[in-house]
Write a protein that binds this ligand. Structure first.
Ligand SMILES: [Fe+2]
Length: 288
């Protein structure tokens, strides 16, 4: 995930100028590898029939498995052959321009730490399971790989245009929490969902959240929650359509239009929405 909190101003002493650090794979303990294996086994059982074909194909192509935390160098070699992307370690959250620059140059920044055994179901900061199991299989898909690079370039532009929050929502509702409509039905591809056992089920099966057809402008105006299951999921028709729209959109006038309009509250449904599921919001309200 990508949040705006706790960002350092300059790279810590052990990091390079581009904020990368060695993964230090040999330093992982047996317990840490076992945490990966446990999480992997749980998700691998859940995801067939739930995750998008592209995600499952990537998982297989990269040979991610139940044999410990992947070594980023080996993983990057495989990924490089497939789509020209690499995985690099960074010390937690990095400044926006650093994040976008890596992405625009096909380097995916990942945390190298793994959650503690008592945090299997929930962590606040993205760990190596979220970043690698959640994100990296999608980077093995050529179309999604191009989308993320385009997003990185778009990030630079959004920084200049003062629209970081709006662009961040696009990331949130696609890369982190996106759904796609496939021939067999809705499937998950967002990393925040595929790396969470509870949300892998909730996002597709629960009556509570809204499921709405993706609309770039609508998404960029919509608030989201970072502390619990999403109250909205946006459904893309295909990765090709998402890439095409991202590459073809002229963002300066789009941002000007969006910034002149109010934000859309989290669970609201608007008259023009392509509603697939009108959620009861019972889960979110039950928590309130
Ligand atoms: Fe993420």
């Amino acid at each position: 995930m990508k949040k705006e909190t706790h960002v350092l101003e300059r790279p810590p002493e052990d990091a390079a100028a581009d904020w990368t650090i060695p993964q230090d794979w040999s330093a992982y303990t047996a317990e840490e590898h076992a945490t990966w294996d446990k999480l992997f086994a749980r998700q691998a059982k859940l995801l067939p029939g739930r995750a998008s074909a592209a995600y499952l194909k990537g998982l297989e192509a990269l040979r991610l498995s139940e044999s410990g935390i992947p070594n980023f160098e080996e993983l990057s070699e495989r990924l490089m052959q497939l789509t020209g992307w690499q995985v690099v370690a960074v010390p937690g959250l990095v400044p926006d321009d650093v994040f976008f620059d890596h992405m625009a140059n096909r380097r995916f920044v990942a945390g190298n730490f793994i959650r503690r055994p008592d945090q299997l179901d929930y962590i606040q900061e993205p760990d190596v399971f979220h970043d690698v199991f959640g994100h990296v299989p999608m980077l093995a898909d050529p179309v999604f790989a191009d989308y993320l690079e385009a997003y990185g370039r778009g990030g630079m532009r959004a920084l200049e245009l003062g629209a970081l929050k709006q662009l961040g929502r696009l990331y949130w509702y696609t890369v982190e929490f996106g759904l796609i409509e496939e021939a067999e039905g809705l499937r998950i591809y967002g990393s925040g969902i595929v790396s969470s056992s509870a949300e892998s089920v909730f996002a597709l099966d629960s009556d509570s959240p809204n499921r709405i057809r993706f609309d770039m402008q609508r998404v960029m105006r919509t608030d989201y929650r970072i502390d619990d299951f999403q109250q909205n999921y946006f459904v893309i028709p295909s990765f090709e359509a998402l890439l095409r729209e991202t590459v073809e959109t002229d963002f300066a006038p789009l941002y000007a239009e969006i910034l002149a309009q109010p934000d859309i509250p989290i669970a609201a449904i608007l008259p023009g929405d392509g509603v697939i599921t009108r959620g009861t919001q019972a889960y979110a309200e039950g928590k309130g």
